[in-house]
Ligand binder design. Structure first.
Ligand code: GCW
Length: 680
């Protein structure tokens, strides 16, 4: 049972006999590369193991092609060289062709990584008892599909809720690679092709000689799974770690130091993916210290990795928390990213990718899409999502995130009045003709045997990979696949998990922060639990401006912080007025009286707060009851562990409801029409 946790959606649980009987698959696996470190070899092993588990059939793996039908796995080049003929539609990097027609199975990748993805796809079908004949090619929406770990060198994890790091201990990379290899397998199955292993708040000791050697081991461990490794850098390393007197990116010694470090790293990791850099943000050092621009800083690293084929992910999460003042009506942290990056669009080297959090503030329960996506026409860009539920219940609450991500990925920025949908136009690179673009997600897997500390939270990790491959993926369809793979195909289990998960983010939004006011959690500390009073008078610029008269940030151009004007004209015009701003973002863009009537329901803002909180808590209260009905249909351990979490969530949702309702009843002085608030 413990193993089920580590295998996550790759359990390869036996199908029932009557289902097994319907499977007619070839009896041999042919791998067109037998080198043990190749993804093709790994694909062969995985197919063998999966089919054994799912169907109870033991297949031979060979690398000799033959006349009899087989499951053949290889690259398109190897397949053609072996005499295979294929009318395959155009495959792009990491793409694959899967055909199960005519009793044979062809799994053909554009490269080895793609072939491995195809093997996992085929196994996912089998594991779900899906034996239909298919023949199709699929390609990734974007070349960058990465994970960011916020793991610290001492083994703790920033915003980690599932135990200590699988990568680090005592300022060293661990020497036992078991969990890292298991993680790489999961990542390969969701088509993630890169991982940055250390926290963006980076400790330079990652660059020690011993850590470079061990980084090489991690890369060797992950390479067969097609996952490339990268690291986060601390901008001040030349000084704090290298002993130089400066870290000015224009200083020759600094440039030489980084070049040397980079060359050494590539000796250990010849295919290192690149660097991730958080600079001049939340106390981190950066080029601004020396009056150099952010692009000057990014380009210094870009030039160092360029000869090795590496890229630099440079975070757009730059803001000045020292000079923000809530008493100034025009001050707004949401403006920071565009203010910092707008004029740099033609200044970045071509291997720099600006990595942009989905919204302008910080992974809130609801944010508008970052307007920076509309400003970077020449600079490569990637979106940063968060699988770690930092502001979203920290894996103690069930919150299925793809519906939230979809609000961003489906958003049309209308750049120059043309369709500019973030997922399908911008992040694919198509809209602005970019070679590099894509996705990064912050993931906080730890040593916990469920990876994320919660069985149900794993659907977010699974769906992340699928969304990065295809941003139009349907949230519920992904969830149903994940559930069948993780819990089997009992229809009640499937329906219960699917419906609870689909209701979970709307419920969480209901019992936390509504109408775009942000999550209303404790931002002075753990980002957990209700703390609406912390959402004003704080130096971080996460404000609601709530007082006796009203609530919300006035971000209009005519009277507010001007943030709405950072969007292209059509979008800016819509956000400029409360009459055309969607209700769910009303308080993000406007400061309104408590009695302001919502467009949709006609309800007042304050009454909506009350009603939404009661509705959200009610949804959460039903979760444990709905789960209870599955007793005996899910193995005891996962049943009990999940029940525990859902009961906790139901209780905590009441804590949230009452804290928020009472707080705003006091601030606004407007009572609940239905007399619930203050009366319990
Ligand atoms: O919101 C903040 C988080 C920090 C994080 C930072 C960032 C890694 O609370 O923990 O630091 O965002 O994204 O850089």
């Amino acid at each position: 049972a413990a193993e089920d946790g580590l295998n996550a959606w790759l359990r390869y649980a036996p199908l029932p006999n009557d289902v097994r009987d319907q499977a007619h698959i070839p009896s041999t696996i042919v791998t067109l590369n037998s080198t043990e470190t190749s993804p093709i070899y790994v694909a062969g092993q995985e197919l063998q193991k999966g089919i054994e588990g799912i169907l109870g059939q033991t297949l031979d793996v060979t690398h000799e092609t033959s006349e009899s039908p087989s499951i053949i796995v290889g690259t398109i080049d190897a397949f053609t060289a072996a005499g295979g003929e294929l009318a395959v539609p155009e495959l792009e990097e990491d793409g694959f062709w899967l055909s199960t027609k005519d009793g044979a199975v062809e799994i053909i990748g554009q490269n080895e990584r793609g072939a491995l993805y195809g093997a996992f796809e085929y196994l996912s079908m089998l594991a779900q008892g899906n034996f239909t004949e298919v023949a199709y090619a699929t390609n990734p929406s974007a070349p960058i599909r990465w994970i960011n770990q916020w793991d610290n060198m001492d083994g703790t994890i920033e915003r980690g809720y599932a135990g200590l790091s699988i990568f680090f201990k005592d300022n060293l990379i661990v020497s036992n690679m078991t969990r890292i290899s298991e993680y790489a397998r999961l990542l390969a199955s969701i088509r993630v092709n890169g991982i940055v292993i250390n926290n963006v708040n980076a400790n330079p000791v990652i660059l020690s000689d011993e850590n470079m050697v061990r980084l090489g081991k991690i890369a060797d461990t992950m390479r067969p799974w097609g996952v490339k490794v990268g690291i986060s850098l601390n901008f001040a390393s030349p000084q704090t770690f290298g002993g130089l007197s400066t870290f000015d990116p224009f200083d020759e010694r600094v440039i030489a130091w980084w070049t040397d470090i980079t060359d050494k790293l590539y000796e250990h990791v010849p295919d290192m993916a690149g660097y991730l850099v958080k600079a001049n943000s939340e106390g981190q050092p950066g080029p601004l210290t020396y009056n150099r621009t952010l692009s000057d800083g990014a380009n210094m690293f870009a030039k160092a990795v360029k000869p090795h084929g590496g890229i630099v992910m440079f975070r757009a999460f730059v803001y000045d928390s020292v000079n923000l003042n809530e008493n100034n009506w025009k001050d707004d942290r949401a403006n920071a990213a565009v203010d910092f990056f707008r004029d740099l669009d033609d200044k970045f080297d071509d291997n720099v990718v600006v990595q942009i959090k989905y919204g302008p503030i910080d992974f809130q329960v609801r944010e508008p899409a970052s307007p920076l996506f509309a400003h970077l026409r020449q600079t490569a860009s990637a979106i940063e999502l968060q699988v770690a539920q930092e502001y979203l219940g920290q894996q103690c609450h069930l919150v299925y995130l793809p519906p939230l991500w979809k609000t961003i990925l489906d958003f049309d920025l209308r750049v120059d009045g043309e369709p500019s949908v973030i997922g399908t136009d911008v992040l694919t690179g198509k809209r602005f003709n970019k070679r590099l673009s894509g996705y990064a997600a912050v993931v906080n897997v730890g040593l916990n045997a469920t990876w994320l500390g919660s069985h149900l939270a794993m659907s977010n990790l699974y769906a992340y990979g699928r969304v990065a491959w295809d941003p139009t993926s349907d949230p519920e369809a992904m969830l149903r696949d994940w559930t069948r793979l993780t819990f089997g195909d009992d229809p009640d289990v499937l329906d219960t998990i699917a419906s609870m998960s689909m209701e979970s983010w709307p419920a969480y939004e209901n019992y936390t922060g509504n109408l775009g006011v942000q999550t209303l959690t404790d931002i002075t500390g753990p980002h957990y639990g209700p703390n609406p009073q912390s959402m004003d008078n704080n130096p971080w610029g996460q404000w609601t401006r709530a007082d006796a008269n009203g609530i919300g940030m006035d971000r209009t151009v005519w009277n507010g912080t001007g943030y709405a004007g950072q969007y292209p004209p059509e979008v800016a015009a819509a956000f400029e007025s409360p009459d055309t701003t969607p209700d769910e973002l009303l308080l993000w863009f406007h400061h309104v009286p408590w009695t302001h009537a919502l467009r949709g329901s006609g309800q007042s803002v304050i009454q909506h707060f009350y009603d939404a909180h009661y509705a959200g808590a009610e949804t959460a209260a039903a979760f444990p009851r709905r789960w209870e009905a599955l007793r005996g249909r899910v193995d005891d351990r996962r049943f009990e562990e999940t029940l525990f979490r859902l009961e906790y969530q139901a209780g905590h949702a009441i804590v949230w409801r009452d804290a928020i309702c009472d707080f705003y009843a006091n601030v606004s002085g407007v009572p609940d029409e239905r007399r619930r608030v203050g009366a319990h």
